[in-house]
Design a protein around this ligand. Structure first.
Ligand code: ADP
Length: 256
């Protein structure tokens, strides 16, 4: 059964989110009671050192994995109330994903790659979709690349096609997991600027997992994790606040 939450002011929220791998002395508490609210229309980065729980949190928020305990609401839907098939449909219809690997099909043009998920879902290209395609392609600077195949595009352009693919279906949230992990620093900066433009100019909601301070600096809000907990949740931090929050990380203190 699908239940909705009255909260409409968050794009995604988690309460008491816990994920434990293994049992007994070998148990790993990847998430240790996370409460977080992610705002709509903003670019949020989930940051923290390796092993702090970033990927696990994203996977639980995006319905890619089930938590051991706790609640997740995304776009007003309680994910814990969905069966496996409903969860798959929810992801397909309401979420977009961008990964480190661009995952484009080499035989298809950029335009065909962008439209493929909608076609696989059997959705007709109505006027709203056509308008969204035009807007997304325009904001991502891909208008003159739509007939190119992935091999004819640079790495940054390929990732922008993957971002367009995640956005064109009107997803409530686009989750990006280390989206610049395969790119050099100049190209990373370019892709992050484009990602930020989709939030600012199209009002979209993007949640990005990253371990790079440089990448998090493009976000509006930053959730810093440490040992499976939220260490701090910064709204529109400046560079100094971001660095201070990360230096407060106990693992950094140990290293000093
Ligand atoms: P991050 O993304 O911040 O690097 P992860 O969410 O991948 O952190 O992992 C958090 C913790 O959970 C780590 O200690 C990791 O080793 C552990 N972990 C993640 N996935 C699994 C798994 N499938 N089985 C066992 N332990 C896991």
């Amino acid at each position: 059964m699908i239940t909705t939450t009255p909260e409409t002011s968050t794009a995604a929220s988690a309460r008491g989110l816990t994920k434990t791998y293994g049992t007994g002395p070998a148990a790993v508490h990847a998430l240790d009671g996370i409460d977080v609210d992610l705002a709509p229309g903003r670019f949020t980065a989930i940051m923290g050192p390796s092993g702090s729980g970033k990927s696990t949190l994203m996977h639980c928020l995006a319905g890619l994995d089930r938590p051991s305990a706790g609640m997740v609401h995304v776009a007003g839907i309680a994910l814990q109330d969905l069966g496996d098939d409903e969860l798959t449909r929810f992801r397909r219809d309401h979420l977009g994903f961008v990964f480190q690997a661009f995952n484009l099909l080499p035989m298809l043009t950029a335009r065909q790659n962008i439209m493929l998920p909608l076609e696989l879902a059997g959705r007709r290209t109505d006027d709203a979709t056509a308008r969204r395609l035009e807007q997304v392609v325009d904001v991502l600077g891909l208008a003159d690349r739509l007939s190119h195949r992935p091999a004819e595009l640079s790495g940054g352009q390929q990732q922008r096609v993957a971002i367009a693919r995640a956005l064109v279906g009107d997803a409530a949230i686009v989750f990006a997991d280390e989206p610049t992990g395969n790119l050099d620093s100049t190209t990373s900066a370019e892709v992050l600027s484009y990602l930020r433009r989709t939030v600012r100019e199209l009002g979209r909601t993007v949640v990005m997992v990253t371990h790079e301070l440089d990448a998090a600096a493009y976000a509006d809000d930053v959730v810093v994790l440490a040992d499976g907990r939220v260490r701090t949740h910064l709204t529109a931090p400046d560079g100094a606040e971001l660095v201070a929050a990360l230096q407060a990380d106990p693992t950094t203190e140990v290293a000093r």
